[in-house]
Structures are given as structure tokens and as C-alpha cells.
Write a protein that binds this ligand. Structure first.
Ligand code: MN
Ligand code: MN
Length: 275
């Protein structure tokens, strides 16, 4: 890992400390520090299972955190923070923050790459037209993304909280939704051919694996299942975010360590794909 400059196709980790758009409880803004502490914990190492050592790889860069104020303009400026990475041809690995951040993040990705495919792990589809009057709610980022045509495909995995409105929104936007109750994980991601962005809400995982989230939704994915899907991908990955860890709800740092594991495997996959 280096902390100086970065260049084309480097994987650049940035924390976006933003939770003003959380509908139920705040705390996700504290996630980047918790994930970093877990990533650097002496209890483990920084090697991915795929054989990439993030601790020594010159193409893995940590540019630190951006503290985001509570005003809408502060939130929308996340696009610029991520643009600082994409404009140099580097690949952002964004640590949220709540899931609201994915809307400005995808605006930056779209500006750099055009319409890419999105693989979205979540208990929730995050497709509310608006939630309690907030169009930028963490329950709404994919409604904004789809309305603006920022992506070519939205493939959602792990969904288990649908209501009538959300089903209508998914149909309206042509979302490829794999509900948790009938998902075929072996098939997920095997038909991507273009550039891909991964958006990973930690509450996609079962609360047994990731208790440190604001919205506990039983009946979810195991950490291993998510890792398997990611490791089987064969398309180029142009960016990712890992969102919704709430350290105030965590138990023994379990969820932070799961998020750090996902950082290692996603960054390792992004870097190994360049070999
Ligand atoms: Mn979400
Ligand atoms: Mn969620």
C-alpha cells in the first residue's frame, strides 16, 4: 500500500464519513475508521485469498477520509471527492457512510466510464421514490441512479424487504432483482461482460455475520456467499463501495472485520484482474 500519489488503475480507498441521510439511526459515518482499524489489525494480515498483499502492493492506495457535512450541498459534493480519483484513471473503493452516498458516487463513475453494470448486495432495494420527504435518503439512491440513466444494468442480490411500492419501482426501472428467498448464487454475476461497480450494503449479510448495522434483517447472506460471488466475477471492476456498517451497533468488531475482509477481497480482485 502506498499513501502518496496514485495513477491509472490504482485502487484508491477513500472513506466518506456521511450518515445525515440515514432514516432510522446515525452512526455509519464512523465506519471508515472502524474498517481501517480492522484492516490493519495485528490479529490478521492484509493478503487477499486470491494472493494479493494489500500491505505491499503499490497499486493499493489509501487516501484517507472525507468528512461530509449535513447540508445537501456537502452531500452532493461527494461526487467531486470521488471524481478526484476517477479523473486520474484510478479506481475508487469507497468506504461509507450510509447507502445514500452511492448516488453521488455513481455520478462520478458515470462521468468517468459512462453507463456501467452494478452488482448491488443489500437486504433492501433502496428504490423509494423518496423516503419521508428526503429524495437523497439512504432508502432512495437507486431510484435517483435509475431515473438519471447512470447505469446499464442494476442487479440486486439478497433483497428481503419488499413492499408494493418497491416492487413497482423495480419493475418500472427494469431492475434485475434476486430476492433472498430464491436466489441462485452460482449464477450471479456470470453474465456481466462490461465494466462493473459493486455496491455492498453490509445488511445484505445475515445479522449473525454482520450485527453492526442500523437495520437488522434476518435471513440474509453469509460472508462466505458474498465472497464466493465476488471471487467468481470475471469482468473488469471499475469501483466499489462498502456501506452501512454502524460501529455503534457492532459486537466485538465482527462487522468491521467482515467489512475489512470484503475490502481485501474486492481490492484484491480489482488488482488481480489487471495482471
Ligand atoms: Mn442499502
Ligand atoms: Mn440495506
Amino acid at each position: 500500500m502506498n499513501t502518496a500519489g496514485f495513477g491509472k488503475n490504482d485502487v484508491v480507498m477513500v472513506g466518506i464519513a456521511s450518515d445525515a441521510n440515514s432514516s432510522f439511526m446515525r452512526g455509519a459515518a464512523k465506519a471508515p475508521a472502524a474498517i481501517r482499524a480492522a484492516l490493519h489489525s495485528e490479529s490478521s494480515n492484509m493478503w487477499s485469498e486470491l494472493g494479493v498483499d494489500l500491505g505491499s502492493h503499490a497499486g493499493f492506495v489509501d487516501m484517507g477520509d472525507r468528512q461530509i457535512g449535513d447540508e445537501v450541498e456537502d452531500f452532493l459534493a461527494i461526487e467531486e471527492h470521488v471524481g478526484d480519483i476517477t479523473r486520474q484513471g484510478a479506481l475508487p473503493l469507497v468506504l461509507g457512510g450510509d447507502h445514500a452516498i452511492t448516488y453521488p458516487v455513481m455520478r462520478a463513475i458515470h462521468a468517468a466510464h459512462g453507463r456501467v453494470d452494478v452488482l448491488h448486495f443489500d437486504a433492501h432495494p433502496d428504490l423509494y421514490a423518496d423516503f419521508e420527504g428526503n429524495p437523497y435518503s439512504h432508502a432512495s439512491p437507486f431510484a435517483r441512479i435509475m431515473e438519471q440513466g447512470l447505469v446499464s444494468r442494476l442487479v440486486q442480490v439478497g433483497i428481503r424487504t419488499l413492499n408494493a411500492h418497491l416492487r413497482e419501482q423495480a419493475a418500472r426501472f427494469g431492475v434485475e432483482m434476486h430476492e433472498m428467498r430464491d436466489v441462485d448464487l452460482q449464477a450471479i454475476g456470470q453474465d456481466f461482460d462490461g465494466p462493473l461497480f459493486i455496491s455492498l450494503d453490509m445488511d445484505a449479510l445475515d445479522p449473525a455475520h454482520a450485527p453492526g448495522v442500523s437495520h437488522l434483517e434476518p435471513g440474509g447472506l453469509t460472508t462466505r456467499q458474498v465472497l464466493d460471488v465476488i471471487q467468481r466475477l470475471s469482468c473488469p471492476i471499475v469501483g466499489a463501495d462498502i456501506v452501512e456498517l454502524n460501529p455503534e451497533r457492532d459486537i466485538n468488531g465482527t462487522t468491521a472485520m467482515a467489512a475489512a475482509k470484503l475490502v481485501k477481497e474486492i481490492a484484491g480482485k480489482m488488482l488481480s484482474g489487471q495482471l
